[in-house]
Design a protein around this ligand. Structure first.
Ligand SMILES: [Zn+2]
Length: 230
Protein backbone atom coordinates (compact mmCIF):
# COMPACT_ATOMS: atom_id res chain seq x y z
CA UNK A 1 0.00 0.00 0.00
CA UNK A 2 1.40 3.40 -0.92
CA UNK A 3 1.46 6.25 1.56
CA UNK A 4 -1.35 8.01 -0.31
CA UNK A 5 -3.50 4.85 -0.24
CA UNK A 6 -3.19 4.69 3.52
CA UNK A 7 -5.25 7.89 3.74
CA UNK A 8 -8.22 6.31 1.90
CA UNK A 9 -11.41 6.02 3.94
CA UNK A 10 -10.19 8.17 6.80
CA UNK A 11 -12.07 11.19 8.08
CA UNK A 12 -10.41 14.61 8.25
CA UNK A 13 -10.72 15.53 11.92
CA UNK A 14 -8.58 18.63 12.40
CA UNK A 15 -6.24 21.00 10.60
CA UNK A 16 -3.33 22.31 12.63
CA UNK A 17 0.10 23.79 12.03
CA UNK A 18 3.59 23.26 13.38
CA UNK A 19 6.18 25.72 12.08
CA UNK A 20 5.66 25.87 8.33
CA UNK A 21 3.95 22.47 8.23
CA UNK A 22 0.19 22.09 7.82
CA UNK A 23 -1.02 19.01 9.68
CA UNK A 24 -4.26 17.44 8.49
CA UNK A 25 -5.41 15.15 11.29
CA UNK A 26 -7.03 11.90 10.09
CA UNK A 27 -9.14 9.33 11.92
CA UNK A 28 -7.34 6.23 13.15
CA UNK A 29 -4.37 8.13 14.60
CA UNK A 30 -2.71 9.44 11.45
CA UNK A 31 -2.07 12.76 9.74
CA UNK A 32 -0.98 14.32 6.48
CA UNK A 33 1.97 16.68 6.64
CA UNK A 34 1.92 19.40 3.99
CA UNK A 35 4.79 21.79 3.34
CA UNK A 36 3.87 24.41 0.76
CA UNK A 37 7.45 25.65 0.13
CA UNK A 38 7.61 28.64 -2.24
CA UNK A 39 4.52 28.39 -4.46
CA UNK A 40 2.33 25.65 -2.99
CA UNK A 41 -1.30 26.10 -2.07
CA UNK A 42 -3.61 23.66 -0.31
CA UNK A 43 -7.20 24.05 -1.49
CA UNK A 44 -10.57 22.35 -1.49
CA UNK A 45 -11.92 22.35 -5.07
CA UNK A 46 -15.63 21.84 -5.94
CA UNK A 47 -15.01 18.82 -8.23
CA UNK A 48 -11.89 16.68 -7.88
CA UNK A 49 -12.10 15.68 -11.57
CA UNK A 50 -11.57 19.31 -12.60
CA UNK A 51 -8.05 20.01 -11.42
CA UNK A 52 -5.58 22.64 -12.58
CA UNK A 53 -2.53 21.28 -14.45
CA UNK A 54 -0.35 22.52 -11.58
CA UNK A 55 -2.03 20.22 -9.01
CA UNK A 56 0.63 17.74 -7.78
CA UNK A 57 -1.43 15.70 -5.31
CA UNK A 58 -5.13 15.27 -4.69
CA UNK A 59 -7.55 13.43 -2.43
CA UNK A 60 -11.15 12.88 -3.48
CA UNK A 61 -13.68 13.67 -0.75
CA UNK A 62 -16.88 11.62 -0.45
CA UNK A 63 -19.12 14.43 -1.78
CA UNK A 64 -17.07 14.77 -4.99
CA UNK A 65 -14.97 17.70 -3.87
CA UNK A 66 -11.21 17.39 -3.69
CA UNK A 67 -8.42 18.38 -1.34
CA UNK A 68 -5.54 19.37 -3.65
CA UNK A 69 -1.96 20.53 -3.44
CA UNK A 70 -1.60 23.07 -6.24
CA UNK A 71 2.03 23.97 -6.80
CA UNK A 72 3.36 25.56 -10.03
CA UNK A 73 7.02 25.00 -9.08
CA UNK A 74 6.46 21.52 -7.61
CA UNK A 75 8.62 22.17 -4.55
CA UNK A 76 5.87 21.46 -2.01
CA UNK A 77 5.64 18.16 -0.16
CA UNK A 78 2.79 16.07 1.20
CA UNK A 79 3.31 12.92 3.23
CA UNK A 80 1.30 10.47 5.37
CA UNK A 81 2.33 9.72 8.96
CA UNK A 82 1.17 7.78 11.98
CA UNK A 83 0.63 9.80 15.15
CA UNK A 84 3.53 7.92 16.75
CA UNK A 85 5.96 9.55 14.29
CA UNK A 86 4.97 13.11 15.18
CA UNK A 87 7.51 13.77 17.91
CA UNK A 88 10.52 12.55 15.94
CA UNK A 89 9.32 14.35 12.82
CA UNK A 90 9.39 17.77 14.50
CA UNK A 91 12.13 17.20 17.08
CA UNK A 92 14.48 19.69 15.40
CA UNK A 93 12.00 22.57 15.39
CA UNK A 94 12.19 25.50 17.79
CA UNK A 95 9.25 27.09 19.60
CA UNK A 96 6.34 28.80 17.87
CA UNK A 97 6.70 32.62 17.96
CA UNK A 98 3.47 32.96 19.97
CA UNK A 99 4.42 30.20 22.43
CA UNK A 100 5.45 31.03 26.00
CA UNK A 101 8.70 29.11 25.37
CA UNK A 102 9.84 31.73 22.85
CA UNK A 103 11.36 34.27 25.23
CA UNK A 104 14.13 36.85 24.90
CA UNK A 105 16.29 34.55 27.08
CA UNK A 106 15.69 31.62 24.72
CA UNK A 107 16.60 33.70 21.66
CA UNK A 108 19.71 35.03 23.45
CA UNK A 109 20.78 31.50 24.41
CA UNK A 110 20.48 30.35 20.78
CA UNK A 111 22.39 33.40 19.52
CA UNK A 112 25.23 33.03 22.03
CA UNK A 113 25.99 29.52 20.80
CA UNK A 114 26.92 30.42 17.23
CA UNK A 115 28.94 32.87 15.16
CA UNK A 116 26.87 32.19 12.04
CA UNK A 117 25.22 35.30 10.55
CA UNK A 118 22.00 36.13 12.37
CA UNK A 119 19.90 35.91 9.18
CA UNK A 120 20.90 32.24 8.82
CA UNK A 121 20.16 31.56 12.49
CA UNK A 122 16.63 32.90 12.00
CA UNK A 123 16.08 30.87 8.82
CA UNK A 124 17.07 27.47 10.23
CA UNK A 125 13.86 27.06 12.34
CA UNK A 126 15.71 26.04 15.53
CA UNK A 127 15.71 29.30 17.50
CA UNK A 128 12.11 29.95 16.40
CA UNK A 129 9.86 28.58 13.64
CA UNK A 130 7.98 30.45 10.93
CA UNK A 131 10.52 32.88 9.55
CA UNK A 132 11.13 32.55 5.81
CA UNK A 133 13.30 34.72 3.63
CA UNK A 134 10.91 37.69 3.59
CA UNK A 135 10.00 37.73 7.27
CA UNK A 136 13.58 37.17 8.50
CA UNK A 137 14.75 40.19 6.46
CA UNK A 138 11.88 42.35 7.69
CA UNK A 139 12.36 41.37 11.36
CA UNK A 140 16.08 42.24 11.15
CA UNK A 141 15.24 45.59 9.57
CA UNK A 142 12.74 46.41 12.31
CA UNK A 143 15.30 45.48 14.99
CA UNK A 144 18.06 47.48 13.25
CA UNK A 145 20.42 44.51 12.99
CA UNK A 146 22.83 43.85 10.10
CA UNK A 147 21.89 40.41 8.67
CA UNK A 148 25.61 39.56 8.33
CA UNK A 149 26.31 40.12 12.03
CA UNK A 150 27.62 37.04 13.88
CA UNK A 151 24.76 35.89 16.14
CA UNK A 152 26.95 35.71 19.24
CA UNK A 153 27.95 39.38 18.91
CA UNK A 154 24.45 40.88 19.04
CA UNK A 155 23.89 43.03 22.14
CA UNK A 156 21.20 42.36 24.76
CA UNK A 157 19.05 45.36 23.78
CA UNK A 158 19.23 44.39 20.09
CA UNK A 159 18.20 40.82 20.91
CA UNK A 160 15.25 42.16 22.87
CA UNK A 161 14.30 44.33 19.86
CA UNK A 162 14.71 41.33 17.54
CA UNK A 163 12.46 39.16 19.70
CA UNK A 164 9.73 41.81 19.57
CA UNK A 165 10.20 42.27 15.83
CA UNK A 166 9.91 38.53 15.12
CA UNK A 167 6.67 38.25 17.07
CA UNK A 168 5.30 41.42 15.44
CA UNK A 169 6.29 40.51 11.88
CA UNK A 170 4.80 37.02 12.09
CA UNK A 171 1.59 38.36 13.59
CA UNK A 172 1.20 40.80 10.66
CA UNK A 173 2.15 38.01 8.23
CA UNK A 174 -0.53 35.76 9.69
CA UNK A 175 -3.18 38.48 9.54
CA UNK A 176 -2.27 39.37 5.94
CA UNK A 177 -2.33 35.69 4.93
CA UNK A 178 -5.79 35.21 6.44
CA UNK A 179 -7.00 38.32 4.56
CA UNK A 180 -5.46 36.99 1.30
CA UNK A 181 -7.07 33.54 1.67
CA UNK A 182 -10.46 35.14 2.21
CA UNK A 183 -10.25 36.66 -1.30
CA UNK A 184 -10.97 34.56 -4.40
CA UNK A 185 -7.97 33.52 -6.50
CA UNK A 186 -4.42 32.59 -5.69
CA UNK A 187 -2.18 33.47 -2.81
CA UNK A 188 1.57 34.12 -2.84
CA UNK A 189 3.83 34.28 0.20
CA UNK A 190 4.01 37.80 1.57
CA UNK A 191 1.53 39.05 -1.02
CA UNK A 192 -0.14 41.50 1.36
CA UNK A 193 2.78 42.03 3.70
CA UNK A 194 3.99 45.66 3.85
CA UNK A 195 7.70 45.16 3.09
CA UNK A 196 10.36 47.70 4.07
CA UNK A 197 13.43 45.98 2.54
CA UNK A 198 12.51 42.68 0.86
CA UNK A 199 12.66 42.90 -2.94
CA UNK A 200 13.61 46.61 -2.80
CA UNK A 201 17.26 46.48 -3.94
CA UNK A 202 18.39 49.88 -5.29
CA UNK A 203 15.37 51.70 -3.85
CA UNK A 204 15.48 54.17 -0.97
CA UNK A 205 14.85 53.17 2.63
CA UNK A 206 11.54 54.61 3.85
CA UNK A 207 13.18 55.46 7.16
CA UNK A 208 16.67 56.87 6.37
CA UNK A 209 16.75 57.25 2.54
CA UNK A 210 19.84 54.99 2.22
CA UNK A 211 19.80 52.64 -0.79
CA UNK A 212 18.58 49.10 0.01
CA UNK A 213 21.18 46.40 -0.71
CA UNK A 214 20.91 42.75 -1.72
CA UNK A 215 23.52 40.13 -0.77
CA UNK A 216 23.61 36.33 -1.13
CA UNK A 217 23.31 34.40 2.14
CA UNK A 218 22.84 30.65 2.39
CA UNK A 219 21.85 30.41 -1.28
CA UNK A 220 19.11 33.05 -0.92
CA UNK A 221 18.99 36.82 -1.37
CA UNK A 222 19.04 38.98 1.74
CA UNK A 223 17.79 42.57 1.50
CA UNK A 224 18.78 45.15 4.11
CA UNK A 225 19.34 48.86 4.75
CA UNK A 226 22.99 49.68 5.46
CA UNK A 227 21.86 52.92 7.13
CA UNK A 228 19.39 51.41 9.61
CA UNK A 229 20.96 47.99 10.20
CA UNK A 230 24.25 47.85 12.11
ZN1 LIG B 1 17.32 52.83 6.46
Amino acid sequence: MTNAERAIGRRIEAVKRRGKNILVGLSGGAFLRVHLKMTGNCLVVPDVRLRAATVRAWFGLEDGRGLVLDDPRALGRISFHEESEREALFAGLGPEPDDAAFTVAHLAACARKTVKPVKLLLMEQKAVVGLGNIYAAEALFQAGIDPKKPSSRISGPKLRALHGAIVGVLRIALDSAVAAYEQPGGFAEGENFPVAVYGREGEQCFRCQSVIRRIPQGGRSTYYCPGCQK
